[in-house]
Ligand binder design. Structure first.
Ligand code: DGI
Ligand code: FE
Ligand code: FE
Length: 195
């Protein structure tokens, strides 16, 4: 493949060894949904397949292992362990899976807290993670999918997705990265401007 020296089967085998079964199935689901969205939004399908498959490649690392990369964390990420696999995943995708494309690596890097001015490619990977059909609960994914289907607007779907995540973090008394809040506010402004 152009973007790595490994074949897709080799990548899947390597990933399967690093994740528990449920997380591996989720990764296959994100891969499928990323390709589907890439087709619909005229983006690179091979890159989408790789980013989708590998986005959670560091998800099952121990806290100690993840902390070795803490220099890469945004300040706001430091509070919340659940976000650490994203910056670490981008590094591991490069070093262990030989991914040589910056857009794939960036989509992995920002797939959890999001960032302002995401590219369409980063947006579809972010969304595919939240709406894949293999493990995501139907009541949440359908809310985002219906926005996508009716509007065909990635920003509106992202806004819905952040709304659901922020609500869920509030409900569980978990901290919210201020970058997530900032991205939410920017999307809201952008969407209101375009109405
Ligand atoms: O890794 P996944 O479970 O597939 O999904 P993810 O990477 O989007 O999110 C992992 C978890 O991180 C999810 O339960 C939400 C949580 N999280 C914790 N703090 C934040 C956060 N997500 C966002 N967007 N912002 C936060 O501040
Ligand atoms: Fe993740
Ligand atoms: Fe995921």
């Amino acid at each position: 493949m152009i973007y790595t020296k490994f074949s897709i089967e080799e990548l899947k085998d390597k990933l399967h060894n690093c994740l528990n079964e449920e997380r591996y199935i989720h990764s296959l689901g994100v891969m499928e949904m990323s390709v589907k969205l890439a087709k619909e939004y005229n983006l690179d399908e091979e890159k989408a397949m790789l980013a989708g498959l590998l986005h959670d490649c560091a998800k099952c690392f121990s806290k100690t292992e993840l902390l070795k990369y803490s220099d890469l964390f945004e300040d706001c990420e430091k509070l919340t362990v659940k976000t650490w696999h994203a910056p670490v995943g981008a590094i591991i995708a490069k070093s262990d899976y030989d991914i040589n494309d910056d857009e794939i690596l960036s989509a992995i890097r920002w797939h959890t807290i999001g960032k302002n001015n995401m590219s369409d490619f980063e947006k579809i990977i972010f969304l595919a993670d939240k709406i894949e059909h293999r493990t995501r609960e139907i009541e949440f994914r359908e809310k985002i999918e219906s926005v996508l289907n009716t509007s065909h607007n990635l920003d509106l779907a992202l806004l819905k997705s952040f709304k659901i995540t922020i609500k869920s973090l509030l409900k569980r008394n978990l901290p919210i990265c201020y970058q997530t809040v900032d991205v939410y506010n920017s999307l809201l402004e952008k969407v209101n401007d375009s109405i």
